[in-house]
Design a protein around this ligand. Structure first.
Ligand code: NAD
Length: 249
């Protein structure tokens, strides 16, 4: 059991096909008590119950600082500690530079970037008191290669911002035993790409990937287990590429 007795919080973790849910499930399999945070319409309580009765699901909007703080307080009341935070909540929009409106920019950056900041701020005092913690930030290959396959330039910017924020937090909180790392997933078959790519297009993309397939949610979940566990205890500020070789750099 790599995460025995650890308390792991996953934002945007309620979608059954999503990276967050797969991460929560795999972390629970490794002995963690997991807390699934998501918007009300995603029903995080039902998602947590599906993983097991000892887990918790709470409604939290990561773009709302008070909502993040309320969630963190409820978790601490219930479980007494927070060992792992996975900043996974994110949304995308497939548009080109000249089409991005101010409202689009706010929406896309707020969930990935502001959300990563607010949720990290909400758990850091507890991690600091414990002198231990692991924060995992889900960025994207699109931050590294200037566009993925679906996200617009504002999505690339948000995810590149996540990398900078994570690295700066890693530097700031390392001396207090808190590690902060990022994962850059390639193209993973979740709801975020649903209806946006034909089967032919997916096959075409798979041909360009050295491991010859799209990613699965568990591929990211496994990387999160590694970064949340003591196996990665000397890793901080790193960016772990989980992309099947789509981008080798
Ligand atoms: P998904 O749409 O299944 O999951 C996103 C989750 O975030 C949903 O459950 C949604 O309800 C939640 N969410 C949205 N806004 C929120 C908010 N304000 N507060 C709390 N939760 C909110 O998509 P996914 O593919 O599982 O994506 C998970 C993360 O991985 C995202 O950050 C995404 O950008 C990133 N990512 C995905 C891929 C991919 O190919 N699927 C690739 C690179 C990065």
């Amino acid at each position: 059991m790599l995460l025995k007795d650890k308390v792991a919080v996953i934002t945007g973790g309620a979608g059954i096909n999503g990276l967050g849910y797969a991460t929560a499930r795999l972390m629970a399999e490794q002995g963690a008590r997991v807390v699934v945070l998501d918007l009300a319409q995603a029903d995080p309580a039902a998602a947590a119950a599906r993983i097991g009765s000892q887990h918790l699901g709470l409604v939290a909007d990561v773009t709302d600082k008070a909502s993040c703080e309320t969630a963190a307080a409820a978790i601490l009341q219930q479980f007494g500690r927070i060992d792992i935070l996975v900043n996974n909540a994110g949304i995308t929009q497939p548009v080109k530079t000249l089409e991005i409106t101010g409202a689009d920019y706010d929406r896309i950056l707020d969930v990935s970037l502001r959300g990563t900041l607010y949720m990290s701020q909400a758990v850091l005092p507890a991690m600091r008191a414990q002198q231990n913690g692991s924060i995992i930030c889900i960025s994207s290959v699109s931050a590294q290669r200037g566009g993925g396959i679906l996200g617009g330039p504002h999505y690339s910017a948000a995810k590149a911002g996540v990398l900078g924020l994570a690295r700066a937090m890693a530097r700031e909180f390392g001396p207090e035993g808190i590690r902060v790392n990022s994962i850059t997933p390639g193209l993973i078959g979740t709801d975020i790409i649903k209806g946006k790519l034909t089967e032919e297009k997916k096959a075409e993309i798979a041909e360009t990937i050295p491991l010859a397939r799209l990613g699965r949610a568990d591929d990211i979940g496994g990387a999160c287990v590694f970064l949340g566990s003591d196996l990665s205890q000397y890793c901080t500020g790193i960016t772990l590429d989980v992309n099947g070789g789509m981008l080798i750099h």
